[in-house]
Write a protein that binds this ligand. Structure first.
Ligand code: NAP
Length: 250
């Protein structure tokens, strides 16, 4: 039997990048997966098709997880499709690096409304659907949570907030047998980091060269760690920050 047979997982922001890979890896271990997306229906449908082609179970559900009404709809559709929930991966997030002088209220709220408030409201709804057998919540944070970067104060603050939320909720939800952990990637080559010019540019080259394992990350490097945190292999681990960055320290 695979590690996640009979489990149901919601992965937010799973139409591409790290979220898509996590959805595929959870499904490969037997979980039924809800592939959430905001606007990339084609991307989410392609992830579902990849999973079902291998005999796995998945559905795509649209929902902007910075909006309370969309979050309610996401879990109503999860309940309707699978009747329960065991695993939530709070992956949807945006990164917009700006130096102090260009920070605006709009820049702040765009990132905090999704990366922090959206994560909290999503978790709130998920917990209502997780039954007596308990579950695992994985918050995709970042290396910049524990090690903030210059010229990225707001994004770094969102991820430091995620790490604080992880510790707080692990204490609060432990009695319900719900584990909560942060999974903190270093730089990973995704659609988002490619579009932003991080992965292939000078920044990516510098990170690869200064990373002990000699390269930047790939989505599957994070997905395998997510499977560990989702499964009973990590059954005694909660409230932790797992950095997956090839040994990179900045
Ligand atoms: P990405 O390639 O930009 O993909 C982002 C995903 O999130 C897409 O599926 C997107 O869906 C979805 N999304 C965006 N806004 C959303 C919203 N409001 N509601 C629901 N879904 C939404 O991102 P990534 O690089 O894989 O990063 C994923 C997560 O890892 C983020 O939390 C990020 O902060 C974190 N992280 C990434 C790196 C890295 O180097 N890549 C490093 C550390 C941490 P649509 O396409 O439908 O909009």
């Amino acid at each position: 039997m695979s590690k996640l047979t009979g489990k149901v997982a919601v992965v937010t922001g799973a139409s591409k990048g790290i979220g898509a890979s996590i959805a595929e890896y959870l499904a490969a271990e037997g979980a039924s997966v809800v592939v959430n997306y905001a606007s990339s229906k084609a991307g989410a449908d392609a992830v579902v098709a990849k999973i079902t082609a291998k005999g796995g179970k998945a559905i795509a559900v649209q929902g902007d997880v910075s909006k309370a009404e969309d979050i309610t709809k996401l879990f109503a559709e999860t309940r309707q499709a699978y009747g329960k929930l065991n695993i939530l991966v709070n992956n949807a997030g945006i990164y917009d690096f700006q130096p102090l002088e260009t920070i605006t209220a709009e820049h702040f709220h765009k990132q905090f409304d999704l990366n922090v408030l959206g994560l909290l409201l999503t978790t709130q709804e998920a917990v209502k659907l997780i039954g007596a057998e308990g579950g695992s919540i994985i918050n995709i944070s970042s290396l910049v949570g524990p090690m903030p970067l210059p010229n990225a104060a707001v994004y770094s603050a969102t991820k430091a907030s995620v790490d604080a939320i992880t510790v707080s909720l692990a204490g609060e939800l432990g009695p319900k047998k719900i584990r909560v952990n942060s999974l903190n990637p270093g730089l990973v080559e995704t659609e988002g980091t490619t579009t932003a010019g991080f992965a292939q540019g000078d920044f990516g080259k510098h990170v690869g060269a200064t990373t002990p394992l000699g390269r930047i990350g790939q989505p599957q490097d994070i997905a395998t760690a997510a499977v560990f945190l989702a499964s009973d292999d990590s059954g005694w681990i909660t409230g932790q920050t797992l950095v997956a960055a090839g040994g990179a320290r900045q």
